[in-house]
Write a protein that binds this ligand. Structure first.
Ligand code: MOS
Length: 732
């Protein structure tokens, strides 16, 4: 189904199932430990051996030799595969360091060997008997030292570029120089690791030249294609299955070493192999969110109208890598005639930087929205009012291009009212509650909405059961449930008549889970397949499909009412289709908006910060399931607290690795850190997004939260910290 005009009224708008708060279908399996994650797939492929991965002990250089004789002779060992045993492998989608093979070490903990044994303990014991002889080389590990000489990032050197890689509208420098009120501030954010609960894990099995991977991955079609490229085997010989994913956060968008090494190990062992990356291996072996240095300049008139806005960000990555796109939101969030954004990229020999939890906007909003708070203070304006004054209903770069739907102002006004913003004391450091200095902070929330092709297959059996098959994943987000709700609505049945099968590359390829695009696109693909199934049903029943109403388990037309199951009496009906998008998202800017409000207490003696309450008001099109959407948003808000207060990978700048590479040294917020979170969704639809009229909401819950926390800490203490996370040492 091609979608290129705003959606009119359609069967989804009945809202008998869609739009209602619905418990997660997979919830009971997950909470009772009966949802099998990749490492727990004992049921597949026969007796499995265990793999254990050894990571490189240098950040850059060459492997001269590997002595694995003792490991091979150790108890229970079936096979050892070292990186010198295999030629350098291909690169998968968005991999830019080789995952295995050859003698080059591009980053610390890059895999150098995998041991296969009868038990996990035997494999681990043998791995430490391997002796690796390295020829180390000097590397570049210090972003701050390289920032000034970092060249423009390729992604940003296109049109409007002045040769320095910057994108310009109007004359930023002139307008900024003339502005009566100016802010010029630099903000730094840290390297961060995804810290999902389930580590990267895979069971691999070969059947002749056919490879099956039971793994944990967000993007099944990408994974299938990547594995074929990396191992240089035909795509048709690869199957990937990932029905349950214990968190991805971007770390499982692209194939990682677990899948590749499990495949190589299974080949060498001649039997299925199960393998997980151990927790201490993950931060350096896989990807992370790169640190940024961001300069924001804002110029405004005395009454708070922005006339000039600039956002420049520097990050680092391995050769061939991409920048952290921290300036994206600044192109769109506020009006202002003169604009400049730029991304520069330093070459570092740290592990691969890549997507993590709202890449771009999450760290970008932390800088921009603290800058907006600083500017409001300079102007003597309330920070809510300052943002409202600079709202725009069109893309500021292309005034002829409107937002498909934008109610940032509604989010900010409602949020201010519900949070009791009017009771805030604007002068910082004035409110005390016992030992606590109390402050309120706010920020806008912003994240773009992406549309992409997504396919599904739907079956109707003679019992009236509707089965949906798509390679869409559920990474803890609620995909099973909203897909079931969509199919139930479209086919006019109750939720218990719908079965959803996800994560299998034998199913039609979906948009997958990433960039908060999963919900809208995957359900729109199911919508398209259901439209086809409705046609097939009507045809079987001899009803004109345009007249048919699917409701209460029946198909109704005129004065006829036939049980839906009757259509499949003569045999199961199967329909498949994809949603494909036309130019609508090019002629209109699709984004999602929020108002984030936070209250903190800062211990007057120790500087310890405690979040006391949080509120997010979100405008993100139709909310398909308010219950799972709320869970997504409070998860995002929690990540925002992590970015503001806790999360930081510490770089060893001499040896080139992340030191605190486990969950003891890398702190993430937990439930107990945040006593009260409230989420409000504005009641809206966005007919330009898809026939579902929904948009992304998960990452919106994160983007802006870090700034709201930091602004609250400033309001509490009067100390403006521009280097995140905002740990207590910075307040003393
Ligand atoms: Mo998200 S970082 O695109 O999985």
């Amino acid at each position: 189904m091609k979608f290129d005009t705003p959606a009119g009224r359609n069967p989804i708008d009945q809202l008998k199932v869609v739009g209602r708060p619905t418990d997660r279908i997979d919830g009971k399996f997950k909470t009772t430990g009966t949802a099998p994650y990749a490492y727990e797939r004992h049921d597949v492929a026969g007796p499995q051996a265990y793999g254990y991965v050894l990571g490189a002990a240098i950040a850059k250089g060459r492997v001269r030799a590997i002595d694995s004789a003792a490991a091979k002779a150790a108890a229970g060992v079936i096979a050892v595969v070292t990186t010198l045993d295999v030629p350098t492998l291909g690169l998968g989608t968005m991999n830019y360091a080789n995952l295995f093979g050859g003698d080059r070490i591009q980053h610390y903990h890059q895999a150098v060997a995998v041991v296969v044994a009868e038990t996990f303990e035997q494999a681990r014991a043998a791995a430490f008997l391997i002796r690796v002889d390295y020829a180390p080389e000097a590397g570049r590990f210090d972003l701050a030292a390289l920032a000034d000489s970092a060249p423009p990032a390729k992604a940003d050197s296109g049109e409007g570029s002045g040769g320095d890689g910057a994108e310009r509208v109007g004359d930023f420098e002139g307008a900024f120089a003339r502005a009566p009120v100016q802010l010029d501030a630099t903000y730094t954010t840290s390297d961060e690791t995804h810290a999902m609960m389930e580590p990267h894990a895979t069971v691999a099995s070969w059947d002749d030249d056919k490879l099956t991977l039971w793994t944990s991955n967000q993007m099944i079609a990408w994974a299938k294609g990547s594995i074929a490229k990396i191992l240089r085997i035909p795509k048709r010989n690869v199957r990937v299955d990932s029905p349950y994913v214990g968190g991805g956060f971007g770390g499982k968008l692209f194939v990682r070493a677990d899948a590749v090494l499990a495949a190589l190990a299974a080949k060498a062992a001649g039997r299925p192999v199960k393998l997980a990356l151990t927790r201490p291996l993950i931060p350096n072996n896989t990807t992370h969110r790169p640190a940024t240095i961001q300069r924001v300049r804002i110029g405004a008139t005395k009454d708070g109208v922005i006339t000039a806005i600039a956002h420049e960000s520097v990050s680092g990555n391995l050769p061939g890598g991409v920048p952290e796109t921290a300036v994206d939101q600044t192109k769109l969030l506020y009006a202002g005639e003169n604009r400049l954004t730029s991304l520069r990229l330093a070459t570092l020999d740290l592990p691969e930087g890549n997507a993590m939890r709202a890449p771009g906007e999450a760290p970008g909003m932390l800088a921009l929205e603290v800058a907006m708070d600083e500017m409001a203070e300079k102007l003597g304006l309330d920070p809510v009012e300052f943002r409202i004054r600079n709202d725009t209903q069109v893309d500021p770069n292309e005034p002829g291009r409107p937002f498909s739907h934008r109610d940032l102002v509604g989010c900010l006004r409602l949020g201010a009212e519900r949070f009791g913003w009017a009771r805030r004391t604007p002068t910082p450091g004035r409110v005390r509650d016992g030992q606590w200095l109390v402050g309120l902070g706010m920020a806008a929330g912003f994240r773009n909405n992406l549309v992409m092709k997504s396919a599904a297959r739907v079956r109707l059996d003679p019992h009236g059961t509707v089965t949906v098959e798509t390679d869409m994943t559920d990474i803890g987000t609620g995909s099973y449930t909203i897909i079931a709700q969509t199919a139930a609505e479209m086919m006019g049945v109750s939720l218990d008549r719908v079965v959803v099968r996800l994560g299998d590359s034998d199913h039609p390829a979906s948009a997958g889970s990433g960039g908060q695009w999963g919900a809208n696109n995957a359900t729109a693909g199911v919508y398209a397949a259901c439209m086809r199934l409705r046609e097939a049903v009507a045809q079987r029943l001899g009803i004109n499909s345009a007249d048919a109403v699917f409701t209460d388990g029946e198909v109704r037309a005129g004065n006829r009412a036939v049980p839906l199951a009757d259509a499949a009496k003569a045999g199961e009906l199967v329909a498949e289709d994809a949603i494909e998008y036309g130019n609508l998202s090019k002629s209109q800017q699709q984004s999602t908006f929020a108002g984030h409000f936070v209250e903190v207490g800062v211990d007057a003696d120790t500087g310890e910060t405690r979040v006391r309450r949080m509120l997010a008001v979100c405008a993100a099109g139709r909310i398909l399931n308010p219950k799972s959407a709320r869970s997504q948003v409070i998860g995002g808000m929690t990540m925002g607290v992590g970015a503001a207060l806790m999360e930081k990978l510490s770089v060893d700048k001499r040896r080139g690795f992340f030191v605190n590479h486990d969950l003891a040294g890398y702190e993430v917020p937990v439930h107990a850190d945040i006593p009260h979170q409230e989420v409000i969704f504005l009641d809206e639809v966005d007919p330009a997004s898809s026939p579902m009229k929904a948009k992304g909401v998960g990452e919106l819950g994160l983007c802006g939260v870090g700034a709201a926390v930091a602004n609250a800490v400033y309001n509490a203490t009067g100390i403006r910290v521009r280097d995140y996370p905002l740990t207590l040492d910075k307040l003393l």
